[in-house]
Design a binder for this molecule. Structure first.
Ligand code: GLC
Length: 546
């Protein structure tokens, strides 16, 4: 665990705590569940875990609505257990990354409750964005900003006299009030929260909505088109996304992380217009790494993927930051589902049946090849829980069981993100698939147990074994080498990492030959690595000849 540069090449496993493993039979994943599976994660071969928010929360948005940043939600455990988990993870050789949510607090947070109780213009209100409405009696929202989850981004409050009063900003759910980062107390508080967890041995943080913290002080209209709701980062001088002011915040955070030994690290959740804007988050003196979402948004298409890879490598190397790669997370459809469609490009804010039929077998074939592609690239790779099992989304969650606030905020037009958040299958038990003894908080699809860890451990051809083998080889390759394209014919990606390693991905419809004399190391379609031609949607890792 001594390597201070571990974060430049790590394979990081995202744990969506609510759906990982339930130890106490309440249908909800918990810290003890994670603790009981650390051996599994170490065996899989990842270097670190990122745990989605586990803080005290009314859970209106999967815990991204925090009431107390220094307390564990009782559904997940308590602080003592969190400390035990951190220590045990380290003993297993796993670093621990937590999720910090600085853009907004829950409206149950004491600061927001104090703001509600205080009058307009008070210091309590200054920590959030409380603004007078437009119209003769302030009855219209202050501007046209929309919530990512649908509807206006403003909510009107009732003042102490019982009259309708000011409006507060919520770029997500109305129960998630945006903080005012031009207030020094907000700065101080978050530095203190980071210290609280760093002092407990946490190795780093994923920064939620990292681009959103700073707002235009004049709250100008954005001039919306509803269909652009989730792709609006490329507006010049955007009033609430990717504003220059966020970088001063992250310079302070980086300084704090550097005070620790080993230094703590950050990864930004940054949906921005292009890789040049992205590079600003990881320029010298700023954050260590940032998610690189264009890779996750790309279609299963050689041209599109190779140009994302190129532009990412170029932008990151200019600022000396490692590239990162991610194909799925708790906010997007799983690759098995997305790649199984006619249109394999990520569709902003949409999921499930609304996007058309899915060929799961085709999707899984592509997803397996894509994992080999991702793990062959230089830099950091993120795996989302269940990706190592080749899980698809649950497409048929009954509407009365949907939890994502997107469902209600969109008036039932968008099903939201529950499909990729279904509790994991661990065993062949047809009831709950070993997630826990109770009915899980989100229903699992029929036959979920057939994807379970238990069934995959017994099957040498399983996605689990493919990923575990890939992680082992990746680790054995050691220090990162520059990526060098061998040839770039249409529909094939082929590159080397130094002289030891080559990756070929066939994204086309016809077979491509495997170069004679090379030693095949791993194939996405079969455990038999004899150098037969590569069929469509297949990847191979090789040790090149000579
Ligand atoms: C991030 C999280 C997402 C959450 C949102 C609001 O995008 O990944 O799950 O809903 O922020 O906090």
């Amino acid at each position: 665990m001594a390597d201070a540069q571990w974060w430049r090449t790590a394979a990081i496993y995202q744990i969506y705590i609510r759906s990982f493993a339930d130890s106490d039979g309440d249908g909800i994943g918990d810290i003890a569940g994670i603790r009981s599976r650390l051996g599994y994660l170490a065996q899989l071969g990842v270097d670190a875990i990122w745990i989605t928010p586990w803080y005290a929360s009314p859970n209106n948005d999967g815990g991204y609505d925090v009431r107390d940043y220094r307390a564990i939600d009782p559904a997940y455990g308590d602080l003592r257990e969190a400390e035990l988990l951190i220590g045990e993870a380290h003993q297993h050789g796993l670093r621990v990354i937590l999720d910090i949510v600085p853009n907004h607090t829950s409206t149950d947070h004491p600061w927001f409750q104090a703001a509600l109780a205080a009058p307009p213009g008070s210091p309590e209100r200054a920590r959030y964005h409380f603004v007078d409405g437009r119209g003769a009696s302030g009855e219209l929202p202050p501007n046209d900003w929309r919530s990512t989850f649908g509807g206006s981004a403003w909510q009107r409050v009732t003042e102490a006299d019982g009259e309708p009063g000011q409006w507060y900003l919520h770029l997500f759910d109305p129960t998630q009030a945006d903080l005012n980062w031009s207030h020094p107390e907000v700065h101080r508080e978050f530095l203190d929260i980071l210290r609280f967890w760093f002092d407990r041995g946490v190795d780093g943080f994923r920064i939620d909505v990292a681009t959103g913290l700073v707002k235009h002080p004049g709250y100008p209209d954005l001039g919306y088109r509803e269909e652009d709701l989730l792709v609006l980062t490329n507006v010049p001088d955007h009033p609430h996304r990717d504003r220059d002011g966020v970088h001063a915040i992250y310079r302070d955070w980086r300084r704090l992380a550097g005070e620790y030994d080993p230094p703590r690290i950050f990864v930004a959740e940054a949906w921005v217009a292009d890789s040049e804007r992205l590079a600003r988050y990881v320029a010298p003196g700023q954050l260590h790494t940032t998610f690189n979402f264009p890779f996750l948004q790309s279609a299963w298409d050689a041209g599109e993927l190779s140009s994302v890879i190129e532009s990412t490598l170029h932008a990151m190397s200019r600022v000396g930051a490692p590239p990162t790669w991610v194909l799925s997370n708790h906010d997007v459809e799983r690759t098995v589902t997305r790649y199984g469609r006619a249109n394999t490009r990520k569709q902003p804010g949409r999921s499930g049946h609304e996007l058309g039929p899915v060929d799961v077998e085709l999707g899984r074939r592509r997803a397996r090849a894509a994992i080999l592609l991702m793990l062959a690239l230089p830099g950091v790779a993120y795996l989302y829980q269940g990706e190592e099992l080749g899980l698809p989304d649950h497409m048929d969650i009954p509407v009365d069981r949907i939890q994502d606030p997107i469902w209600t905020r969109s008036g039932g037009r968008r099903r939201g993100r529950d499909g990729c958040r279904v509790p994991l299958p661990w065993t062949l038990d047809p009831k709950g698939a070993g997630f826990g003894s109770a009915d899980p908080w989100l229903p699992q699809p029929d036959g979920w147990e057939t994807h379970s860890v238990q069934s995959q451990l017994d099957d040498p051809t399983s996605t689990y074994h493919l990923v575990a083998r890939a992680l082992r080889i990746r680790r054995s390759l050691g220090a990162p080498q520059e990526l060098e394209w061998v040839v770039r014919p249409d529909s094939v990606l082929r590159f080397r990492r130094g002289s030891a390693f080559e990756c070929i991905v066939n994204l086309g419809a016809t077979e491509v030959p495997v170069p004679a004399g090379a030693v095949p190391l791993l194939r996405s379609d079969t455990i038999d690595v004899t150098p037969d031609p590569l069929g469509p949607d297949t990847a191979v890792w090789l040790r090149p000849r000579g």
